[in-house]
Design a protein around this ligand. Sequence first.
Ligand code: ADP
Ligand code: MG
Length: 716
Amino acid sequence: MSLSLDDRVTALPGVGPKLAGRLDEAFGIRTVRDLLEHYPRRYHDAGEVLDLGDVEEGAPATLLGEVLDWSTRRVPPRGKRSRALDLAEGRVRQASGAVFTVTFFNQRWRASTLPPGTVAAFSGTVKRFRGELQLASPDVQVLGKVGSGTDAASAAERLDHQRLLAVYRATDGLPSFKLNELVEVALEALPPLEDWLPEELRSGHRLRPLDEAVRAIHAPADQPDRRAARRRLAFDELFSLQLGLQWRRRQLEADTVGLDNAPEPAGWASRFLAALPFPPTGAQTRAMGDLGRDLAAPRPMHRLLQGDVGSGKTVVAVWTMLCAVDRGRQAALMVPTEVLAEQHLRTLTELLAPLGVNVLDGLRVAALTSSTSTNERRRILSELLTGELDLIVGTHALLEEGVRFADLGVVVIDEQHRFGVSQRVQLKEKSAPFDGATPTAPDVLVMTATPIPRSLALTLYGDLDVTVLDELPPGREPITTQLITPEQAHRRARLEAFIRTEVAAGRRAYVVCPFVEESEQLPGRGAVQEHRRLATEVFPDLEVVLVHGRLSSAGKEAAMSAFRNGDAQVLVSTTVIEVGVDVPEATIMVIEDAERFGISQLHQLRGRVGRGGGRSFCVLFAGWSSELGDDALERLEAVAQTTDGFQLAETDLRIRGAGQLFGRAQSGLPDLILARVQEDVDLVAATRELAARILDDDPGLAEPRHAALRAEVLRR
Ligand code: ADP
Ligand code: MG
């Protein structure tokens, strides 16, 4: 019996239940496939591994050997250097028996991470010191431990035919070299992998066979080898994603009939536009043009409306919903949080007031969340079923069993990235007819304020058409963003004084903390503690309110409405206010422990100010409760430098990669592990097109020649 990809890792020689448990816990690696998809994080370029005799002084070199021992000593201050240094010196023996020294300054921990018996490659510049050859502060790559099958000679041999050594994401209990060993064992035991891509498709796109690619990604001979392997595997990720998304969309379309939801000339939608207190922006008008065409077309609409924070998506959403009402149908708006549902209900009611809301002959609008009272809920459900309710705003509660519409025409989903694809589908099925007729599919508009580059949008939303609101309404106030680190502690007091003057001028401030409550596991500012501090010590004369996810809805709503109407001037909260909350008088956004937030979160939070109340400010406190890493600093500086969401999204994508940006949990899509949407734009376009072509031929992927494709897409 030969090993197969779907076998558990325990099928590998040398892997017992204990190691298997650790692999699962640390990386979710259960099967051989999981192990092989734990791709290298980077590669250690060992260059040419040298013997001591061949080493040239002053030249870069990689020396390899077994650590013998460590000594540490203090080096007294000397010359301009005013501080003493800790020097750790390790002696390393090469396979030939020759010994060299590696030195590290102020890195005592090296001695414990490289205990005697460790076999490692050290890369750096060679110096001669008191007659001995030395590598000062070299790059280190651990290759194994003496006694567990590795010694200096076998490690040297391995690096002889493989300059690039895979470095894996690792933990203390599972160092990278252990993963190197396991992968090697697995690749040796596996028979050649079958390729799911037909030969002619591979040659058409200059792709390597799967088996070669999988082996080369873990043990590339050189850089071109590594690049070709990555390209093939990235192609697989993108192609199966595109094929899956487009396949599903076609299935949905095949099974359903679209509705004609074109706006009526003198109907609700056009009266709504006429009654707006401002003219729509050019971008809003263009978006409504796109949507109008989709709404009228016989196939169901699936459109993504992308627009930066404050670009005015709500108006477009309301207009779209009213198009359904024009045809005597209903519309639903689904949002990720209760706070947002309440906010949208209020906005809708205000925007629609000129047309009459919840009055005789007016539109009927309601909100449904998990904290809607039982009586209210019962009333809403029955009015949805009879068609009395025209518009409903709600959270996940809309998806529950028992929510049924008389005739659902339009579904709008706000903050798309918070919902999975399956939830999108679930809501659409709420209008199944009772008479057994062909089900009709409502038109779906999904909206996101997480600006994503077009290439990424096309990848992630392979099944959606995309419209971008690329213009902000006029009158936006500029937002100044500042970073305050602990070295600038005096600026905290200055900020507090500034908040006081702003409040005196009728303005308001948000203070956002990363956690509800501070704890030992989570050092940092807790909203509860910060609220207490601000309310009692800093602003005893002001009204400071608190909102976080553990409060009751009534408590949340009371605090929000106090802040909205000005009874409270400072709102301390967690990120529950991240999306959509709209209080024009708020001009200051303070974010504590800003390094704990991602770029898009910070951008969303900052978007809560600058909404018309005057010049606005965003203050990011960073490094107060945890070290500021390079990535964090880069993120924060990017946010401080620009308010352009698309530019920030590009930066975010560069720092984090698409896989992490839109993880499986959030997007409902498989992770892109290797594919990098920015660099792989050509692959994104090619796979999207290829998938469409294949499905044009065979919409159900039912033909025998597509069996392998079908199986792979289903598996993923
Ligand atoms: P977002 O795209 O973040 O959801 P909103 O829809 O909340 O943005 O709009 C932000 C603010 O801009 C709201 O106060 C809204 O009333 C206002 N607004 C929307 N469209 C326009 C417009 N065309 N002209 C002026 N203000 C507008
Ligand atoms: Mg919004």
